[in-house]
Write a protein that binds this ligand. Structure first.
Ligand SMILES: C[S@@+](CC[C@H](N)C(=O)[O-])C[C@H]1O[C@@H](n2cnc3c(N)ncnc32)[C@H](O)[C@@H]1O
Length: 239
């Protein structure tokens, strides 16, 4: 059953099956990822990352890990604040990393968010954009992020959320449930753009994510809605 889920309905897959399904899916959609992101968000995704980077209050000397870096758009926002050599991007989908490599001259590494290939207390900040929803074990990823952060370091995550207002939630889910697979289908990416709204429905609530961060050790955990509550930004610090 789990295998069938990972192939046909990857948003229902769990554990190792989810890891494989997600890795394969992002490997396949890499060439059209940036274009579709801009189409479905009307290019607002750039602004949301800028807001997340501002929330980190980075010093110019900060070393930052962009985890689940994908094609490197968070790196692009970070480069405006700190030199490229202080940014590291990690992702487990090589085709996404290849595109990131073309866009930014920062160190990039293949690695899993649940087993980050860095020593403890290595970086001043960690950014994750639309990655946490996709990892097979969210609590483990939060613990790993906490481990690699230096004391005093900050973590920010942006991801999809379900709008709190029932009317907005109903209309957003209607539009994204119908329109995204349609747009994805035009680019032969129907499964991935069905995964996006479906995985958002199965995703943890903003409160549950904040609690998972606290359990991992984060303090001053806060979250802020963007895009009428369809996107949520979580921030936390390591004491
Ligand atoms: C929706 S994309 C977001 C990319 C980028 N952060 C952005 O802001 O556009 C999610 C990325 O997370 C990566 N990812 C998902 N699960 C992962 C994991 N367990 N370890 C490492 N990367 C992962 C995928 O390969 C993909 O590149």
């Amino acid at each position: 059953v789990a295998v069938a889920h990972s192939e046909d309905r990857p948003w229902l897959a769990e554990g190792e099956q989810k890891r494989e399904a997600v890795q394969q899916m992002f490997g396949e959609i890499a060439p059209t990822y940036d274009l579709l992101n801009s189409i479905i968000s009307f290019r607002f995704h750039y602004r949301w990352r800028e807001a997340a980077v501002r929330a980190l209050h980075l010093k110019p000397s900060a070393r930052v890990l962009d985890l689940c870096c994908g094609t490197g758009d968070f790196i692009r926002a970070l480069r405006r604040r700190i030199p490229e050599r202080q940014i590291l991007g990690i992702d487990f989908a090589f085709p996404m990393l290849e595109i990131a490599h073309r866009k930014a001259h920062v160190p990039l590494a293949a690695g899993d968010a649940c087993r980050i290939p860095l020593q403890r207390d290595s970086v001043d900040a960690v950014t994750v954009g639309w990655g946490i929803r996709n990892v097979p074990d969210i609590d483990a990823a939060h613990r790993e992020i906490f481990r690699v952060l230096k004391p005093g370091g900050k973590f920010v995550s942006l991801d999809m959320a379900r709008a709190r207002n029932p009317l907005i939630r109903w209309s957003s889910e209607l539009v994204s449930g119908k329109l995204l697979p349609l747009i994805g289908g035009i680019f032969r990416r129907r499964k991935a753009y069905t995964y996006l709204p479906q995985s958002t429905k199965c995703f943890r609530t903003r409160e549950e994510l904040a609690e998972s961060m606290r359990q991992a050790g984060f303090v001053d955990v806060q979250y802020r809605d963007l895009c009428f509550g369809n996107i949520c930004m979580h921030v936390g610090g390591k004491p």
